[in-house]
Design a protein around this ligand. Sequence first.
Ligand code: BES
Ligand code: MN
Ligand code: MN
Length: 491
Amino acid sequence: MKSPATAPGSERYPVGMTDTATRVLEWLDREQPKSIARLIDWLKIPSISTDPKYKADVAKAGEWCAAQLRECGFKAELCTTPGHPIVLASCEGSPEYKGPHVLFYGHYDVQPVDPVSLWESPPFEPVIRGPKPGEEGGERVVARGAVDDKGQVLMFIEAMRAWKELTGLTAGGVKFTCLIEGEEESGSTSLEGFVKKHEKQLGACDVCLISDTGMLSRTRPAITYGVRGMAYTEIRLHAANQDLHSGLWGGRCPNPITELAKVLAQLWDKKRRVAIPGFYDAVVSISKQERANWKALKFNSKAALKKIGLSPAADVGEAGFTAMEREWGRPTAEINGILGGYTGEGAKTVIASHAMAKVSFRLVADQDPRKITKAFFKWCKDRTPPGCRWEFLDHHGGFGVTTPIDSPAMAAASAAIKAATGKAPALIKSGGSIPVAGLLKDKLGLDTIFMGFGLDDDRVHSPNEKFEVACYRMGVRSHAMFVDRLRLVGK
Ligand code: BES
Ligand code: MN
Ligand code: MN
């Protein structure tokens, strides 16, 4: 039974929500301290996927997640892959359920913690604390993985827990499949094989839900309708077969660090466009409508720069586009790391035998990561410094995605956020990448709804990552209300 719409916009009595949903939200609020305690438990497991040292911990974090889903009534198993295991869970949905079969995706692996000296508390000893003087926001959980992505996956699980508790039905009778992987932060390398292997089960889903993105700001929840793709490479430039005395050999033979720097410096033209021939060929340009929609969000890019210690002069990027357009709708090239020669204490006069750089590209529709990587390697080859030799590594890649904004599932997500937070979500894109979304679209034709509750000052991937409790609560409530909307489909 639908309860009458009372006090529109109020957080306690949101519009269009069932009586059961009201009880679910109340239960979740009472349960919140226990829910945060569970999050802290999970965050203590150092599931760094890129470093083989943590292999056992990654598996432990996956098992932890599977156990939680079982508690909520899901059938859940930890599936082995050539890399880290994947949690695959499902619930049948009640016989009268008429809504979509939703595939929930998340990841339980985390980024490395270095530089570890910059953490104010150890990355895997989570603390709950208030804001420090000068910090915005409220109480927060500080730990690696707090918002990316354990905290956000747990928002979903806790919503499931509440529906099970109050209705006795797993997921309140909604049909879900969950795929929670342990390799997202290292390029989701086993995922494609896994999706192929489980094509029947995953292909039976109607839409994908991912909680691994952010809001527009603390007070503006959002649905992300697109993320960028990625092509990640490593290039090594080799010269002599040994390190050399820079006095005896300097000026007589190539210095691979100097030569690499000279090549990399050519990667952008004067307009800060990527200089690789054909790089922009497949780029779908930002439509007039999109430009207008984004402008209407009134995002303050100068304020965002200020928060990370930069002046307005730092608003640089491809000429002719605003900061938001550059992040959401344009491709980029980045040097993520560069290494070579002597970097220890004091001075050493040396010409190194080789130098390397990690170079990645953020892609937009319809750029193909494989083609971009190939074009980049060819571009390097065409510029091989005299006497030097390249070695190329293709780490990983994925397509960008854009989700149609007019689907019934999107409307349900939007109504859920409105009911849970009192605010209609903004429609935003993100410059980040979530490789699975492109894969699911490509292989199974699934569109993804990104319903995330992070903030741009959450320090994702960097020291002192945090997730604010108020954001976590909005996320838990929104996921619970999403279930409420789905239960009403066809009623
Ligand atoms: N959750 C992030 C991506 C993200 C963050 C999207 C905030 C939108 C808003 C994800 O875990 C991530 O870090 N992805 C990597 C993917 C890469 C390793 C292929 C990224 O974007 O760098
Ligand atoms: Mn993530
Ligand atoms: Mn991440």
